[in-house]
Ligand binder design. Structure first.
Ligand code: HEM
Length: 500
């Protein structure tokens, strides 16, 4: 008998004690982790060790949308014990990344990204190292024609190989992802080391496979980012050993390329490519005691230019094929516009863009709806900051939810529908809407934006000019819900390509 005259069964009271201890633990943990005395943005509860993970699921886009309607445009989640402030909506992201650019342009340490870049390159660096390297790379790429017509020739040279390659596969069900990726990666190869690779070269195919695996792992393996110690478990459950082997192989390839270029420079046979120009800069800086220009840094940049330079563009083009196959009327309207402006024999060029408003609107709508990098790349606060009435401590991870912008029904009525007309005025001329931000905004804006835009226009209009894309009979209709890794990748699918 208990003091209150209640007869408690021991088998019931022990779970009760456990349950109440757990609740107390969670409440204490929440109190300590969420530090209510510093006015952080609100957010869902944080559980010990796993933080907000149970509220997020595998594809976090929709859960984040629901949280935003509950907690507002600026809210906090916890990945494990790591605090992350999520920014939603165009105005908020612009206010942080453009108006408060200096404070929000940091990069947090991301375990897997560091495994890939070894801490070098542009994407995972920050501060003065990052700004010096980013400005230099931008300058060199500008000299190679970024943002200028010279670049167009390099892209068209590659497209001249791409069209016959696609033509080989007409009238057969085809998943076009790999062939597009090979071609786009070749444009980057021409810029970086002055050569293209044969589409059937097994080393090239193997190289792309490794790169894809690394990108997929980077986006899918959040658990290892939260708990890096799990990599010590026996076996290779999280595929980290595999990743390391792949990266080691890729790095040795880049080192070989760098050595080849050094020899070429020595024998006066240098080619006009990114590696040569960067090596000259290393040479210029060699007597300085402190310099950020090193061969390791060059290796890191090559890795990034290839990965970032082929992934975003080829994924967007693949989505464009899916949307065209699903919307035959829109595809026909694009083709009619191209036929009227250019005909079938001349290759589309940037100078034709003003006459191809509907085609351009289709590319913009593809970028909006496919939302290829829906959560951008995380930033970090470089100092304590007050933002929208909240306090955000230094080093907090900042996640720009670009998906919340591109799927905002106030900006884009019926956001799930493919409607190129959103980007056209009453006279059928293109409207460039500031709220379309697939490359993000501010000081960390995608470094390859001008190359990507040119590639998207040239590849897309050439494909529509030369081929008709249909749903493949006997195959499932392509899924418009992508697989979210670092990028929003289409699930494997087949279309039928008809030559004109
Ligand atoms: C349609 C194609 C592409 C899309 C949608 C895209 C998107 C993005 C996004 C959202 C970011 C993150 C920006 C931020 O941190 O706020 C980014 C960064 C970056 N992108 Fe792209 N990108 C594309 C193509 C390219 C190309 C072609 C290149 C290579 C020339 C490239 C190189 C980079 C680099 C190096 C960064 C890191 C910039 C930094 O940290 O300062 N991207 N991109």
């Amino acid at each position: 008998m208990t003091p209150f005259g209640l007869d408690l069964d021991i088998s019931v009271s022990i779970p009760l004690i456990w349950l109440s201890s757990l609740i107390v633990l969670i409440l204490c943990y929440n109190y300590l982790v969420k530090e209510p005395w510093i006015n952080l943005p609100p957010g869902p509860p944080a559980l010990p060790l796993i933080g907000s993970l149970p509220f997020l699921g595998l594809d976090i886009r929709e859960p984040l949308r629901r949280m935003s309607s509950r907690y507002g445009d600026v809210f906090t989640i916890y990945l494990g014990s790591k605090r992350v402030v999520v920014l939603n909506g165009y105005d908020v992201i612009k206010e942080a990344f453009v108006i408060n650019e200096r404070v929000f342009s940091g990069r947090p340490p991301i375990y897997l990204l560091r495994q890939i870049t070894d801490g070098y390159g542009i994407t995972s660096t920050h501060g003065s190292f990052w700004s010096e390297q980013r400005s230099h790379v931008m300058r060199v790429l500008h000299d190679f024609g970024f943002g200028r017509p010279e670049l167009e020739e390099r892209i068209l040279d590659e497209i001249r190989f791409f069209v016959p390659e696609l033509r080989k596969q007409i009238n057969e069900p085809l998943d076009p992802q790999l062939v597009i990726q090979k071609s786009v990666a070749n444009t980057m190869a021409r810029i970086t080391f002055g050569k293209r690779m044969n589409y059937n070269n097994p080393a090239f195919v193997n190289y792309l496979r490794m790169m894809n695996r690394s990108i997929e792992l980077l986006g899918n393996n959040g658990i290892i980012t939260l708990f890096p110690f799990l990599r010590y478990l026996p076996g290779d459950l999280f595929r980290i050993k595999r990743l390391r082997q792949d990266i080691q192989y890729l790095n040795s390839e880049y080192e070989r390329l760098i050595e080849e270029h050094k020899l070429a420079v020595m024998y006066g046979q240098e080619s006009a490519d990114f590696i040569t120009v960067y090596l000259n800069k290393i040479n210029e800086e060699k007597d300085k005691q402190m310099t950020s220009f090193t061969e390791k840094q060059l290796r890191g940049i090559i890795m990034e230019l290839f990965a970032a330079g082929s992934e975003g563009t080829s994924t967007t083009l693949t989505w464009a094929i899916i949307y065209m196959s699903l919307n035959q009327d829109i595809q026909s309207r694009c083709r009619a516009e191209i036929d009227a402006a250019i005909g079938r024999d001349e290759i589309p060029r940037m100078q034709h863009r003003p006459q191809l408003s509907f085609t351009e609107a289709c590319i913009m709508e593809t970028q909006r709806l496919a939302d290829v990098v829906p959560l951008g790349i995380p930033h970090a606060a470089t100092e304590d900051v007050s933002f929208r009435g909240y306090f955000i401590p230094k080093s907090t991870m900042i996640l720009p939810n670009l998906y919340s912008v591109h799927m905002d029904p106030k900006l884009w009525p019926e956001p799930d529908h493919f409607k190129p007309e959103r980007f056209l005025d009453d006279d059928g001329k293109v409207i460039r809407r500031a709220e379309l931000i697939p490359f993000s905004v501010g000081g960390r804006l995608c470094l390859g934006e001008s190359l990507a835009k040119m590639e998207l226009f040239l590849y897309f209009s050439v494909m529509i000019q030369n081929f008709q894309f249909h749903l493949a009979p006997g195959y499932p209709v392509p899924d418009t819900q992508g697989k979210l890794a670092l990028t929003n990748i289409p699930k494997p699918f087949h279309v039928l390509i008809e030559s004109r």
